[in-house]
Write a protein that binds this ligand. Structure first.
Ligand SMILES: Cc1ncc(COP(=O)(O)O)c(C=O)c1O
Length: 369
């Protein structure tokens, strides 16, 4: 390639400045901005592609499958999934992981109905349309958790149909966690034996394993598949995530593809090979103990934020073990300045590592003004 001309360079510099500046006031979305993957820059020169099943051989050998498998193995441990049974891959984000879980549920229970609460991520309605899966939206409680009474009544009148339950392990707006123990009690009570439970653990899948007395979040609690975002708590310049499920389920949908000499078990064909590398690198740098410390500090800052808002007469609150601090929607200027996510008459900040106590103080001061 020829050298970068001055106008192109100026455009790049200006975009970089803008991104740098906006990163200083990023408080409303659950992305950890504290990462540094610069040691991985040499890999940007290669056409790496993780097409196909990371656990299978491929003709396309310019890949990072080996590291992807290690990432999956680590998440399997974190989510209490036996290594022999574990299967998964690095996705393009939480949405793809949820699509994979719902697809798997639909393939295993083709007549099933998908149940999900009003507080479920907006993308799920779209995914269900794409999958043409029969579905019923349930009421949520005020804290964002599914309304178990509504779940009970709705399943009761559809008892002849298998259940695919989409559990929120941390809702987008309120960080609420559906109690999968209660869900299973309801299924037992109604003698529903044919069911599949997918967990959308986009953010809290990286929080609950590190706290005392969490709501159930792992495969030992009865989940059949779980999706976690990689660019959220771990932090990554490229959106990504992890989809985990059981190996014997995947065998039901796998097809062998001669063209790439690999099993077609993932939703995408060509797949990002840099994001598995980044997740692998981040996990090696921090280890689960590192994330335990990061999570403890995020939770402490979330509590600090609730208290500072409350001191100023602003009724902020958060769910247990959540870093999502909910409060009445502030002025449009504050929403814009801090890139805050509004929804109806509420808003939230999420105390990701860059949202320190000092940042919280500034946000509270702006809200008071
Ligand atoms: C609970 C939840 N699920 C799914 C998603 C979608 O994740 P992604 O944006 O990584 O596709 C989000 C994103 O914010 C989320 O909060």
């Amino acid at each position: 390639m020829s050298e970068t001309d001055t106008e192109t360079q100026a455009r790049l510099d200006s975009l970089l400045d803008q991104i740098e500046e906006l990163s200083q006031s990023f408080a409303g979305y659950p992305c950890n901005l504290n990462f540094d993957y610069s040691e991985l820059h040499p890999f940007f020169k290669y056409c790496v592609n993780n097409v196909g099943d990371p656990f299978d051989d491929s003709n396309f050998r310019l890949n990072t499958h080996a590291l992807e498998r290690e990432v999956i193995a680590q998440f399997a441990d974190l989510l209490h999934l036996d290594q022999q049974q574990a299967w998964g891959y690095v996705t393009s984000g939480g949405t793809e992981g949820n699509m994979y879980g719902l697809y798997m549920g639909r393939e295993l229970l083709p007549d099933g109905v998908v149940y999900f609460s009003q507080d479920t991520h907006y993308s799920v309605v779209k995914l269900l349309r794409v999958l043409k899966a029969r579905n019923i939206m349930l009421k949520s409680q005020d804290n964002g958790e599914v309304d178990y009474l509504d779940l009970y009544e709705t399943i009761r009148i559809n008892r002849d149909v298998p259940v695919i339950f989409m559990a929120n392990i941390g809702t987008t707006m309120k960080g609420a966690v559906d109690d999968v123990r209660k869900v299973r009690e309801i299924l037992d009570d109604l003698a529903v034996t044919s069911y599949y439970i997918h967990g959308d653990a986009a953010l809290s899948g990286m929080i609950l394993p590190f706290v005392e007395h969490p709501r159930p979040y792992g495969f030992d609690a009865g989940f059949d598949s779980i999706a976690i975002s990689g660019h959220k708590l771990i932090g990554c310049p490229i959106p990504c995530g992890v989809a985990l499920t059981k190996r014997n389920y995947v065998a039901r949908i796998a097809r062998s593809i001669e063209y790439v000499g690999v099993l077609d078990t993932t939703l995408m064909g060509s797949r990002n090979a840099l994001t598995p590398l980044m997740l692998w690198y981040a996990l090696r740098k921090h280890g689960w103990d590192g994330y335990r410390e990061i999570v403890a500090e995020m939770l402490a800052v979330a509590q600090y934020a609730v208290e500072r808002f409350n001191e100023q007469g602003i009724p902020a609150w958060r769910n247990e073990h959540s870093v999502t601090v909910v409060f009445p929607k502030p002025s449009p200027e504050v929403v814009r300045k801090w890139q805050i996510a509004p929804y109806g008459d509420i808003a939230h900040i999420i105390t990701m590592p860059q949202v320190t106590r000092e940042v919280v103080d500034k946000i509270v001061a702006d809200c008071v003004q």
